[in-house]
Design a protein around this ligand. Structure first.
Ligand code: SF4
Length: 69
C-alpha cells in the first residue's frame, strides 16, 4: 500500500490548519502556505497516514487529498 498527499493549490488559502495537524511533514513558507507537497504529491509512510488524514479532514478549503493505492 502506498499513500500520497496531494494539494489543490487553486483552493489552498493558507489557513495553516494542515501545518498544525501534520507538522512533522509540512512547514509554512513565508506566507503561511504549506511547503513539502510537490506537484505530483508527497509519498507517505504508514506512520504519517494518520496525521495526513487529520490534515485532509480539517482543511477548511478542502484543498488536500489522500490517495491510497
Ligand atoms: S489547511 Fe488547507 S487551505 Fe489551509 S494551508 Fe493547509 S491546505 Fe491550504
Amino acid at each position: 500500500m502506498s499513500a500520497t498527499l496531494t494539494i489543490d493549490w487553486s483552493r489552498c488559502k493558507g489557513h495553516g490548519v494542515c501545518l498544525a495537524a501534520f507538522g512533522e511533514r509540512l512547514t509554512p513558507d513565508r506566507w503561511g502556505y504549506p511547503q513539502g507537497i510537490p506537484t505530483a504529491g508527497a509519498s507517505l509512510d504508514d506512520k504519517e497516514i494518520t496525521a495526513a488524514r487529520t490534515a485532509v479532514t480539517t482543511c477548511p478549503a478542502a484543498a488536500l487529498g489522500l490517495r491510497i493505492e
